[in-house]
Ligand binder design. Structure first.
Ligand code: SF4
Length: 405
C-alpha cells in the first residue's frame, strides 16, 4: 500500500541554543555536565546563520498554515531578559518569512523550568513582555520535573510564577520528561490534576531515550507503557479537559498510512520514501553547533542526533536546509529501514507507524544501549501497546461510521 501524501500544513522549528538548567530531570536528553553552564551554548554566529537559513527555508515551504519556532532545550530564564527579547525578534522574523495563514497560532516558544526566586522571575517576565509587542506571540514552554509535584512549598511558589506568566503571555505550555524516577513519584492522575490546578490546558509528555539516559528511560517499559496508556485514557475521557500531544501524532500518522483501514499493514518502504521526507522538511531542529536534525514526535520530540545513536543531516554552513535534507535522505531511509529489519520490528504490523512517528529512534537506543527490550508483543519499548490501542479505537470509529467492514 502506498503511503498517502498529505502535505503538512505546519512548519515546526526548534533551535537548541540553551542547555543551562538548574533542574535534574532523569529523563532529560541533556547530560548533567551539559546543563552546568550559565551562557547560551549556541554562538552568536551560529544563531545568525540558523535564523538566516530558517527564514529562507520557511519562505520556500509556503503555503503554510502555521509556523512555530521553539528555542530550547533548557532554562532561558537563566540567560536573561535581553537575550529572550532578542530571540523573540529572531523567531518572529522566521515566522514572517513563512507567511503563515494562521498568524494567531504561529508563535515563538522558549523553554524554561521557572526555577528561581519568584519575585525576580516575575519581574523578568514583566520586563520581557513590556518589550516584545503584540505582533507575534511569545509563549513560555515550562518543563516540569515530576519529582517536585508533591512538594507543597515548591508548588505554591511555582503556581504564582505560572499564573503571572499566563496573565502576561496569554498562554503557557507544560512539558515533562518521563523517566522511571518520575513515573514512580507522579501518577497520571496527579499530573493531570497538577496541570489543571496550575492553569495549563495541554501537557506535552516527552519520552526521549538517549544512550546516556537509557537506564532511566528504557529499563521499565511495561510500567512506562501502562503510565502512558493511563494518561491517554484520562485525556480521552476529558478529565479536567487536559489534552496531550502524542495521541494526535500517532493518529495522524496512522491516518496518513492506513488509508483504507482494511487491516492491511502499510508498507514500511513507502513510509520511508514518501512520508518521512515530507515530515523532515516540515519538522527540523538545529543543535547548538549548527547541525541539522530531523525532529520526530513519537512521545514528545526526538531527533536524529548522536545522543540517540543517529546521524545528523549535515551542517547548516554547508548548504541550504532543503539541500541538506535532499542529500541526506537516501542515508536516512536506509537507516530507518535497517532498524526495522531486525528483531520483532521485522514482522511487526506497526513498523511503518514507528518509522513515521520516530519510535525507531527509541528502538535504536534500546538496541545500542542494551537497555529495554521485552515490551508488549516483544516490542523493544512502549510503542506497540500505544499504537495498538489507538489503531484499534480508530478502526472501531471507522466501523461505526460504516467506512470499513
Ligand atoms: S511497535 Fe515495537 S516492535 Fe513494532 S515496529 Fe515499533 S518498535 Fe518495533
Amino acid at each position: 500500500m502506498k503511503a498517502v501524501q498529505k502535505r503538512a500544513a505546519e512548519l515546526q522549528i526548534q533551535i537548541d541554543d540553551v542547555y543551562a538548567c538548574l533542574g535534574q530531570c532523569a529523563g532529560c536528553v541533556l547530560a548533567a555536565d551539559e546543563r552546568r553552564v550559565s551562557n547560551p551554548d549556541m554562538s552568536p554566529a551560529i544563531l545568525d546563520l540558523s535564523v538566516s537559513r530558517l527564514k529562507e527555508h520557511a519562505a520556500a515551504m509556503a503555503p503554510l498554515k502555521r509556523v512555530n519556532v521553539t528555542f530550547g532545550i533548557a532554562d532561558h530564564i537563566l540567560i536573561g531578559a535581553d537575550y529572550i527579547v532578542d530571540l523573540h525578534r529572531r523567531g518572529s522574523e522566521i515566522i514572517k518569512a513563512g507567511n503563515p495563514e494562521d498568524r494567531q497560532h504561529s508563535a515563538v516558544f522558549f523553554t524554561t523550568s521557572l526555577v528561581g526566586k519568584p519575585s525576580k522571575v516575575i519581574a523578568m517576565m514583566q520586563d520581557i513582555r513590556s518589550r516584545i509587542g503584540d505582533e507575534v506571540q511569545l509563549i513560555p514552554l515550562v518543563v516540569l520535573d515530576g519529582r517536585w509535584i508533591e512538594e507543597a512549598k515548591f508548588g505554591l511558589l511555582w503556581k504564582e510564577m505560572v499564573l503571572e506568566a499566563k496573565a502576561l503571555f496569554g498562554k503557557v505550555d507544560l512539558s515533562t520528561n518521563l523517566s522511571v524516577d518520575s513515573i514512580n513519584v507522579m501518577s497520571p492522575v496527579q499530573l493531570v490534576k497538577f496541570a489543571k490546578d496550575n492553569g495549563f490546558d495541554e501537557v506535552t509528555i516527552n519520552w526521549a531515550p538517549t544512550l546516556l539516559n537509557a537506564p532511566k528511560t528504557l529499563s521499565e517499559n511495561a510500567k512506562m507503557a501502562k503510565w502512558l496508556l493511563e494518561f491517554d485514557a484520562l485525556a480521552q475521557a476529558g478529565v479536567e479537559q487536559i489534552t496531550t500531544s502524542f495521541r494526535p501524532v500517532i493518529e495522524r500518522t496512522i491516518d496518513a498510512l492506513m488509508c483504507t483501514y482494511d487491516g492491511t499493514p502499510p508498507s514500511l518502504m513507502s513510509t520511508v520514501t514518501d512520508l518521512v521526507p515530507e515530515t523532515i522538511l516540515k519538522s527540523i531542529e538545529i543543535d547548538h553547533l549548527g547541525h541539522l536534525l530531523p525532529k520526530f514526535e513519537a512521545i514528545g520530540d526526538i531527533t536524529h542526533a548522536d545522543r540517540h545513536g543517529m546521524q545528523n543531516l549535515g551542517h547548516i554552513a554547508e548548504a541550504p536546509i532543503a539541500t541538506l535534507i535532499d542529500q541526506a535522505m537516501p542515508k536516512v531511509a536506509r537507516k530507518i529501514a535497517a532498524i526495522h529489519a531486525k528483531g520483532s520490528c521485522a514482522t511487526c504490523k506497526y513498523s511503518a507507524v514507528c518509522a513515521g512517528t520516530g519510535f525507531h529512534i527509541a528502538t535504536n537506543v534500546a538496541r545500542l544501549s542494551g537497555v529495554g527490550l521485552g515490551g508488549q508483543g516483544n516490542c523493544p519499548h512502549v510503542a506497540f501497546g500505544l499504537i495498538d490501542r489507538i489503531a484499534e479505537e480508530m478502526m472501531a470509529r471507522h466501523q461505526e461510521r460504516g467506512l470499513v467492514a
